[in-house]
Design a protein around this ligand. Sequence first.
Ligand code: ZN
Ligand code: ZN
Length: 278
Amino acid sequence: MGLNFCSLSSGSSGNCYYLGNGFHGILIDAGISASSIRRFLKKMDISMQNIMGVFITHNHIDHIKGLDGLTGRNAIPAFTTGKIWSSILTPKKKIPKDCIREIPLQQKFHLAGFDIEAFPVSHDAPETIGFHICAGDKKITIVTDLGHICQTAARYIKSANLLVIESNYDEQMLVNGKYPHFLKTRIRSDNGHLGNHQTADFLAENINDNLSHICLAHLSKNNNTPEKALQSIHQTFLKKGITLNGHQRITVLNRSTPTNILGFIEKNNPIQSEIDFH
Ligand SMILES: [Zn+2]
Ligand SMILES: [Zn+2]
């Protein structure tokens, strides 16, 4: 069974990721408008009728902006934990009752050929989760908003073939930037976001041959650039004498346009920002 991945949008302006297994597809987060999601999927010849569910990581607007539209007009079921639903369902957020599906933490859940497991991560929302998804013999882990990588998250990250992981800010740009002090502190805290060096250090410690594709996600518009995120990994790997095998790729996901990594084991699509270390 083939497995296709595409990031429709990644960053603080909106997150939405597509996974397809040749028969059906699912979305992770709906942080851009539902009309943009429909438009991007149509461009890739993916019908909304093939989308069997949308899985939500937490209640921040850059992850749920298009949720009303997907559940309302398209009647796509939405899945997340009870605690996250409690934080999403406010009088302003109208989600049809029969689209609301609750999932447990750290228990495999089967949907349309995917085995999906939610696990907790550390972030400043009432609850935030990452997803570990198996389709056939391929495993994907998606963690887009987390201040540090706890042991549980590390376990799911290390067993992935495709990893979508946050590399939110360049430490110097954040420190020297215009954000108020409280916001800089929040972003750098254990409940905030992962900086380039945190992500690079973790990857340097934990890279293994099964991990064939790493996607750097959720880059800050004001405090990061794709070049800095890649450079940070390049320098850290060089310093620690780590080389990638010939099949491993590292890609930076675009902030507001789709990044196609369809069929992620074979490199068969143009990718905007990528480095190979061999
Ligand atoms: Zn976010
Ligand atoms: Zn967030």
